[in-house]
Write a protein that binds this ligand. Sequence first.
Ligand code: SF4
Length: 464
Amino acid sequence: MSQSLPDIELLSEVPSPTSAHARTAPLHHRSVYIETYGCQMNVADTEVVASILSDAGYRIVDGPEDANVILVNTCAVRENAEKRVIGRVGQLHGLRRTRPDLTIGVLGCMAQHLTDTLPARAPFVDLIAGPDAYQRLPELLAQTADETLLDTRLSRTENYVGIDPVRKEGTNAWVTIIRGCDKFCTFCVVPYVRGRERSVPSDEILRQVRELAESGFREVTLLGQTVNSYDDGQRSFAQLLDEVAQIDGIRRIRFTSPYPADFNDETIEAMGRLPQVCPSLHLPVQSGSDPQLEAMRRGYSIGEYRQLVQRLRTEIPDLAITTDIIVGFCGESDDDFRQTVELMQEVRFDSAFMFRYSERSGTFAHKGMADDVPDDVKGARLQQIIEMQESISRETNQTWVGRTVEVLVEGRSRRPDADGQPTYFGRSPQGKVTILSDPVEMNQLVQVKIERTTSHTLYGALQR
Ligand code: SF4
């Protein structure tokens, strides 16, 4: 895709005239609570932050009540998420009534996005740090000056190499393999808040995965905004998949989110050949209309997307495909929307994240395109595709009834069955949540015969 790429910069560290307290607890008495919003990249970043702060002597705690430092790791992708986080930070500020030395920090994409306005909107925040500033957090937090610190330098190289994320015990570990994004889709704020694309060195990724396997994780999900664009100069994405698959103990490999235009034969071939790579793919399409894809600068036509889906389905049996769709983007006509509906009916995605377009400041669309689809039209279009997708998902899941699937057990479900007995859940290779009543242990791979389904869940019984 040819387009001029804006340059992203900068560090600013400015004292706020409005902050009014000093952080007095010595470092070794400090405990940190981190609250996370947004995508899996943010979850993985929180694990990096926890690791950096633990190494610096902080204790990581599970609730804000036990903490004298609260960090909120935020998301800027949608306006609603930003509003929710501002509300939440205000709520946490209320804790200062009884704990005046509480430190509150805002991290991540929203911190980066609202660098200029957040100090005025939430003057009680002590620290604002962007996604590339986490190595400097101990230094920033150790300062006792009564001022708001702002560190939103974006780096072209920061990959947090050598830092072992603090992961919760579980079946799946998130492993970030590529940071930032160079695509600059016109609606998206990510390249501005996460910086330019850079691949984590593959030796570092393989080291992390080996250690994860040794500590009992059976599944890894490789993460990146455009995960299949991975190339560290030593290994391509397909070569990385090959090597991860050779690591003893790793039974399942997933990755999210791939960029449709960056799929190549080598990757599709590896997906079809390696049994560890799960037949499940989140393949964001955004729209079914070429003029809309062009306006979004997605870098592929809808014909190319269709061909890709066809190829993937030919090479990878039982592949589940999910997607993202935006309705009401700038200039979306009735005909553009009709084409999105037709695409959804034709591809029959297993599920979809569907959104109505909302402008994000700083993006190409915000600066140069009219947000001209009326709100009620956006709402009606969204409602229409949500209902349609719900019935497609229900029908797609029904095709699993009577089949046996391998489930990696994640634990006990929150809800008991109709008789009040505990139930257990895990995921099928297609990523579908599967519930069973038979007692099973976490991290076990079990065979489950599917008996009934809903649009979101499969239900079945253990095959012994
Ligand atoms: S590829 Fe994804 S993260 Fe990158 S700009 Fe486009 S929508 Fe945003």
